[in-house]
Design a protein around this ligand. Sequence first.
Ligand code: ADP
Ligand code: MG
Ligand code: ZN
Length: 503
Amino acid sequence: MTTVEELVSYEDALTSYDPVMGLEVHVELGTATKMFCGCATTLGAEPNTQTCPTCLGLPGALPVVNAAGVESAIRIGLALNCEIARWCRFARKNYFYPDMPKNFQTSQYDEPIAFDGYLDVELADGEIFRVGIERAHMEEDTGKSAHIGGATGRIHGASHSLLDYNRAGIPLIEIVTKPITGAGERAPEIARAYVAELREVIRGLGVSEARMEMGQLRCDVNLSLRPHGREMFGTRSETKNVNSLRSVERAVRFEIQRHAAVLGAGGTIVQETRHFHEDNGSTTSGRVKEEAEDYRYFPEPDLVPIAPDRAWVEELRASLPELPRLRRNRLREEWGISAHEMQSVLNAGVLGSVLATVEAGADAAAARKWWMGELARRANEQGVEPTALPITPAQVARVATLVTDGLLNDKLARQVIEGVLAGEGEPDEVVAKRGLAVVSDTGALGQAVDEAIAANAAIADKVRGGKVAAAGALVGAVRKATRGQADAAMARRMILERLGVTE
Ligand code: ADP
Ligand code: MG
Ligand code: ZN
């Protein structure tokens, strides 16, 4: 079934066609309880310990709307420049799936809480691209299935499946863009930048940690092509659950190339959902797309309509945090970095971490250096986002301070970070346990200096004779003897002093 599809080159695809995109992003809210019951939402709990008759869909159980969920939805809508509905309802989206115990998802259909907005997205070259928002609506998450016994964790080949309903009923906000046109060859970049910006907005609002690797923010990528100059949209494909920024970019690119190949060969695109494959960046056919009629949507009879008080909405609007894009511009000025440098911080997904590290006492340059360098590298090796590494901004700030204070050099600091990541404790504990502090204690250093001079008499003579540059070799010997832990500047000073040379 998973036949490798024909592709045309990206450049050739864009010579003939204009891409049209639609991005659907699901955000899991960080509310303490579920959307329609009082069950806890803590991640990582034992399966099926956070359930009740309502979220299990038992007969007679009645849902009640979570006010915090509604408030979060409105704040997201406002941050995305949407209109907030004066009156709206929930709707039942009916379908059968084992991880959905009610056999319908409580969602919103033609009456979303927020609609008709936009999000301005900054591209790598500093240009602002406006993405229209069609709607942001409230719904609930499904449970999770685990397929056991197969090789790949897929249902194919499995002997049985397990269901965990802890996630069933967790509030979701689905944010749907208007068709994005005019993106041209920048479509993949724009898709990625949009999801990245939306993630920053969500985090800035504090309504969700929006960690893609944890499934707290998931993206479906709709894409179609139309010949240049054609008004009518082509048929779209919908690639489901594209769960990293890089994958969003790759999925758009791949679908552009695939659609172009099909259309170019005189074929037609079927409207279907597709799966994205992280390993090779391809997509494969999923199921034929349902039409809205298939879901038999109807207004939810067990929940009252929602008519947010206008004064409350205005209060929420007035208390919105600074928009991420504006905040970034402000931070750029404070940190004295270019738009390009800020863009790399963003692309690495570490702005929040850098900021928190600065707030914990590190200077901005050091905070950026660690998150963009060592930590980004390690995260990349492990295939996780830097924020998912088991190190806190406060710990990174402490490491940075130890370097500024001359107690660690960069090489040792990297080892401290390694220790913290390995669960060896706080930076100071790692320093103590691993004996990593720079050797600047004059006793131990003095001995190493004396030994280096004795072992390299010829070099020492040269230095005595005025060839100060030769002292470097002695410093090297001292550092070698102390396994890199000597403070080079101090070692150099002591060597010159002992050899009676002044610089
Ligand atoms: P569905 O639930 O069927 O996926 P939605 O309206 O929720 O439909 O989402 C469809 C997304 O695809 C929206 O972002 C919409 O703007 C976009 N879209 C609609 N038609 C096209 C098309 N022909 N090509 C690309 N994107 C499209
Ligand atoms: Mg969809
Ligand atoms: Zn419940």
